[in-house]
Design a protein around this ligand. Structure first.
Ligand code: TMP
Ligand code: MG
Length: 189
């Protein structure tokens, strides 16, 4: 199997982390595969993002937007070298989250997309669409900055605008196993 760049997107509480893990397990049956997650909170830039998300620091909307983008750019050599050496990548959030969460604050969508121009393009985007009711049943949102119902609603509507033909829009309200099966079907593996 040729290495693929697969991005998993969704609102908070959509089940991305569990689904990414299951997908990596499934794909590893047919070749090398690794999981990446953004923001990567372990880098210097990632630590600034983490402090912002936990409201331990404040930054203006443009500045935090550019840090999220920088956090992807600092991984670009690693991403490219893995793909070139045949490793499929499953990525928990990427440029679409970058655009959707910042544009939901009222920033211009075109401006939000721009800093990510030139980053690797995905072969497939899996969007996990969770309803508000199920997100709440899953324990509701946590304490991080964007985890508010009204804001998540706006983010979802921007994700809808970003949707392209290579997206699989998957109902994430179902059981973990059913959602996993739908993802596997969408990827044709
Ligand atoms: P996480 O819950 O997946 O760790 O992501 C943390 C939050 O950051 C989540 O609410 C989505 C948001 N986010 C952005 O605002 N811009 C980005 O570029 C990314 C990757 C995430
Ligand atoms: Mg979160």
């Amino acid at each position: 199997m040729k290495a693929k760049f697969i991005i998993v997107e969704g609102l908070d509480r959509a089940g991305k982390s569990s689904q990414c893990e299951l997908l990596v397990k499934e794909l590893s049956k047919s070749g090398p595969v690794e999981l990446l997650k953004f923001p990567d909170r372990t880098t210097a830039v990632g630590k600034m993002i983490d402090a912002y998300l936990q409201s331990k620091s404040d930054l203006n909307d443009q500045a935090i937007h550019l840090l999220f983008s920088a956090n992807r750019w600092e991984a670009v050599e690693d991403i490219k070298s893995k793909l070139n050496s045949g490793v499929t990548l499953v990525v928990d959030r990427f440029s679409y989250s970058g655009a959707a969460f910042s544009a939901a604050k009222g920033l211009d969508l075109g401006w939000c997309k721009h800093p990510d121009v030139g980053l690797p393009e995905p072969d497939k985007v899996i969007f996990l669409d969770v309803s508000e009711e199920v997100a709440m049943q899953r324990g509701g949102y946590g304490n991080e900055r964007y985890e508010k119902l009204e804001f998540q609603r706006k983010v979802r509507s921007i994700f809808q605008q970003l949707r392209e033909p290579n997206w699989a829009w998957i109902n994430a309200d179902e059981s973990v196993e059913n959602v996993h099966q739908r993802i596997v079907q969408a990827l044709g593996v």
